[in-house]
Design a protein around this ligand. Structure first.
Ligand SMILES: [Zn+2]
Length: 269
């Protein structure tokens, strides 16, 4: 199993290197395939041996080999984080297709969060394929949560619907609630947020509600902090997408335990 974890992590680092390219180029409407990686300062093409995830950053001491301009620390951090996401997926889901689905889902969310922070946009060219991928996963018949809810509902409300029905419920809840909020409050919530939440719902099923809860909570705390303490105006606030992504991560990490404990507390389970 150790070899599996190692391979998963190394593969995650390579995917992270590609994620950097997507984060940098897609919002600028540049091709992700051409031209090959180059220094943004001097334009020098980066050789493969200077493009090894994390290692090259250390060897080059965070500077371009040709012009010596600094390389942003964000690049190796994204690579390391993607390695971690792949390792976590391999560890959590074992040697299964769910591990691969989880890894792709988590890395795509990371890419979207980074782009939203930098450009305040969740590009359709990434959100819509994530949605399509979610539908394929639904067609294959599983979500990423093992689900404590079915146990609760099968006793309380009769049999719980299939994995596909749960995923579509997550899609409707995630997209529907944000759509409603957008209509009621007008502004603040973008179309990108609504589509992202619907896509996340396909993977999390009804647990998308936990994501939404965490996202709104963190978004509100950050908003209050920035306005009340830092004296920022509304337009300086952090976009909502990254909070929804953190919420999705939290859901996969702790959603089941927290929701399960809550249901026990209120005497439902
Ligand atoms: Zn350079």
């Amino acid at each position: 199993m150790a070899v599996y974890y190692l391979v998963a992590t190394l593969f995650g680092l390579i995917v992270g290197s590609f994620a950097n390219v997507v984060i940098y180029r897609v919002p600028l409407h540049k091709s992700i395939a051409y031209p090959p990686s180059h220094c943004p300062e001097c334009g020098e093409r980066i050789a493969w041996y200077d493009n090894v995830p994390i290692v090259s950053f250390v060897v080059l001491r965070a500077r371009c080999r040709k012009c010596g301009k600094p390389i942003a620390a964000q690049y190796p951090m994204i690579e390391a984080f993607c390695g971690l996401l792949f390792l976590w997926s391999a560890f959590t889901y074992g040697r299964s297709l769910r591990a691969a689905v989880a890894a792709v889902f988590l890395v795509t969310l990371l890419i979207l969060a980074m782009i939203d922070v930098d450009h305040r946009v969740l590009p359709n060219v990434i959100v819509l394929p994530l949605m399509a991928f979610g539908l394929v996963v639904v067609a294959a018949g599983f979500t990423l949560r093992a689900d404590v809810l079915p146990l609760v509902f099968s006793s309380a409300l009769g049999p719980w619907p299939s994995a596909a029905a749960r995923a579509l419920l997550g899609f409707a809840l995630g997209g529907g609630i944000l759509l409603l909020l957008a209509l009621v409050y007008r502004g603040g919530m973008g179309g990108g947020d609504i589509k992202l939440m619907a896509a996340i719902g396909l993977f999390l099923g009804p647990y998308v509600l936990f994501d939404l809860f965490v996202g709104v909570l963190l978004g509100s705390i950050s908003g209050i902090y920035l306005i009340a303490v830092k004296g920022r105006s509304r337009k300086d606030l952090i976009p909502f997408g990254p909070f929804l992504v953190i919420g999705a991560y939290a859901t996969l990490l702790w959603g089941e335990q927290v929701v399960g404990a809550y249901l026990k507390l209120v005497g439902f389970a």
